[in-house]
Structures are given as structure tokens and as C-alpha cells.
Design a protein around this ligand. Structure first.
Ligand code: MTE
Ligand code: MO
Length: 324
């Protein structure tokens, strides 16, 4: 197959160039193999199909969970249908319409491994974990490094509860989160030039910050597969690529991890990835963002508006690339 624009993998921003959008659309259309499917993309039929699986989720009876009103956003909520059909999940393709393909992911049984610098390594079944954790709903902003954003009600639990359960040893400084790996369900993982499995990490201080949330639900229901079921991160002061989806492993370590995106393109995507409108991406400005619900362009805020919670963690870090 002739690939006219080989740098597709360098562009998590599918809107970075019109050519790239064109390439992605063409690839999607080819993969669809028939006008029937093409016509149904974004239609109610495809949407219902994508959600039939969600209805069967064994955790469905846990939702909705009580809302924690400490975490509110003045912008309007993004419509559910948009937040669940416009996604980034490279395991299922490097375009936004992965929500049908993602239904191939089997989310039960699902085991989460906790290992590395912890008192006792463990494996825990997702439903046992859900039963142990204090579930609540929080409305958070989400800002992708590509320049789009949304506001959604996540359900989940504070990550510090998981850190408590893990009991890291005193030398542990970072926690690395890893996505599932299975080429038979995730066609993107057959693309060998990506450093699979997807990983990213936080310092222990970041992981135990009040804002840091492990997400298990969305809009008062179990988390859809395309949004990273059954467990994904929401650290809303950092760009979207830090928000690891479909996590199978938390590893505690004393070494700063090399993450998926840093390994691919280290001069564009770093470890910290804190949101800052004044620090442009090497190929585009970060001053504004497009709300995927309203289509409006709005100014991006330092730390995505969460500075009061997080800026202290960075005040003595000189010489770090905190904002990419
Ligand atoms: N495993 C995995 N996690 C991932 C990604 C991915 O490609 N694979 N994309 C990230 C990016 S770039 C963004 S913006 C968010 C998108 O989350 P959403 O689809 O729920 O909006 O997921 C993040 N988590
Ligand atoms: Mo992103």
C-alpha cells in the first residue's frame, strides 16, 4: 500500500494539516469496506450498537454514583454522544472514529496488576477493586494536546486510594500506568513502529494529589470502551495523552519512566505535559482550544484552570520541561 504521508504517526493532532485529515478519512473509509457502514458512522444505529455492550457491563448497577460538588466547571457539559464518538485511542486507529472498533475489547475478566516498589505485589480483579473504592462523580475539563477540549462527568475514585492500597515503599517516586496489549483486538498494536504497550506515568506526589482521579464511569454509567474502560486516568491539568486508558498495570519505581509519546517523539511530548497556553507545541499554538461540544474557540488556561490544586508541586522545579 502506498502511504503518501509517512509521518502520520508523528501527528497525534489529526487536524495538524489538512493532508493528514484527508489521509485519515481515506484510511477510515477504506477500512469500512461498504457504503452501509460509512453511512451509519455517527448515526443512531452505530451509536446504539456501540452502547449495547455497555448495557451488559457487570458494574452497571453501581451507577450513578454521588456527585462531588467540589469539582465543577462553568462551561457547559459536552453532549454524551460527542464525548463518546470523538476519541483518541491509537490501539484502535489514529483517527477519531474508533468507537465501533473499540467494542472488540473484552473488559471482563479484567485484572489489574500492582507491582514494583510496593510492600506486596498484587493482582486484583476490577470488580473487587470497584467494590473497595469510594466511587463519586466529578465534572472535569479535558484538554487534548491537539487543541480540542471537552467537559465531562467522570465517575471513579481518587487515585490516592489506589496508592494507599498499593502501599509503595519509601523509595518509590513514580507510578507507571500501562494499557492492555492484545494485537488480536487492537489493530493499532500491529503497527510495529509504536512503542506498545501504551504507558504514561506520574510522580507519587501527583498521583496522590486530590484532583487525580481513576475513572470507571462516564455520564452516570460504566465507562464506554472507547473512553478507556474499565479503568483510565483523569489528571485534568495535564494534556490528554497522559490520561492512560484501559489500564492493566500500575508499577511503582524510583526512575522516571520513558512514556509512549516521549519514546516516539521526545522533542514534542514530554513527561510533565502540564497545560500552558503560553508554551506552544513545536508545530502549533496552545493559546486556544476548540470545545468539541459547541465548536467554539476558547482561551486555554494555565494548568487547564486547576492551578490552585497543582501549581505548588512544580514551584521548585527549575530546568524541567514542565509544559510539554
Ligand atoms: N491507551 C491509550 N490511552 C490514551 C490514548 C491512546 O491512544 N491510547 N490517547 C490519549 C489522548 S491523546 C487523549 S486526548 C485521551 C482521549 O480520551 P477520550 O477519547 O476519552 O476523550 O486519551 C488518552 N489516553
Ligand atoms: Mo490527546
Amino acid at each position: 500500500m502506498l502511504i503518501k504521508i509517512p509521518k502520520n504517526w508523528e501527528l497525534p493532532e489529526s487536524k495538524a494539516t489538512p493532508e493528514n485529515v484527508y489521509l485519515n478519512r481515506r484510511t477510515v473509509l477504506k477500512g469500512m469496506a461498504g457504503a452501509g457502514l460509512i453511512a451509519s458512522i455517527g448515526s443512531n444505529a452505530a451509536f446504539r450498537e456501540a452502547f449495547a455492550a455497555g448495557a451488559a457491563d457487570p458494574s452497571a448497577s453501581l451507577y450513578p454514583v454521588p456527585r462531588n460538588d467540589l469539582y465543577k466547571v462553568s462551561r457547559a457539559l459536552t453532549p454524551e454522544k460527542i464525548a463518546t464518538t470523538y476519541n483518541n485511542f491509537y490501539e484502535f486507529g489514529s483517527h477519531k472514529e474508533i468507537y465501533v472498533a473499540a467494542q472488540a475489547l473484552e473488559i471482563r475478566p479484567w485484572t489489574v496488576k500492582i507491582d514494583g516498589m510496593v510492600e506486596k505485589e498484587m493482582e486484583i480483579d476490577i470488580d473487587d477493586l470497584l467494590a473497595k473504592m469510594p466511587l463519586e462523580e466529578r465534572i472535569y475539563r479535558h484538554r487534548c494536546v491537539e487543541g480540542w477540549s471537552m467537559v465531562v462527568p467522570w465517575s471513579g475514585f481518587p487515585m490516592k486510594e489506589l496508592v494507599k492500597l498499593a502501599a509503595p515503599t519509601s523509595g518509590a517516586k513514580y507510578v507507571v500506568m500501562q494499557t492492555f496489549q492484545d494485537k488480536s483486538v487492537a489493530p493499532g498494536q500491529r503497527q510495529f513502529w509504536y512503542p506498545w504497550p501504551y504507558t504514561d506515568g506520574l510522580t507519587i506526589e501527583e498521583a496522590t494529589n486530590d484532583l487525580t482521579f481513576l475513572v470507571t464511569g462516564l455520564y452516570g454509567k460504566p465507562l464506554p470502551k472507547q473512553n478507556g474502560s474499565p479503568l483510565r486516568l483523569a489528571a485534568p491539568w495535564k494534556y490528554g495523552f497522559k490520561q492512560v486508558k484501559s489500564i492493566v498495570r500500575f508499577s511503582f519505581t524510583d526512575k522516571r519512566p520513558e512514556t509512549f509519546w516521549e519514546t516516539l517523539i521526545s522533542n514534542e511530548y514530554g513527561f510533565w505535559a502540564n497545560i500552558n497556553p503560553e508554551v506552544p507545541h513545536p508545530r502549533w499554538s496552545q493559546a486556544e482550544e476548540r470545545d468539541i461540544g459547541t465548536g467554539e474557540k476558547i482561551p486555554t488556561l494555565l494548568y487547564n484552570g486547576y492551578g490552585e490544586y497543582v501549581s505548588d508541586m512544580y514551584k521548585d522545579m527549575k530546568g524541567e520541561r514542565l509544559f510539554m
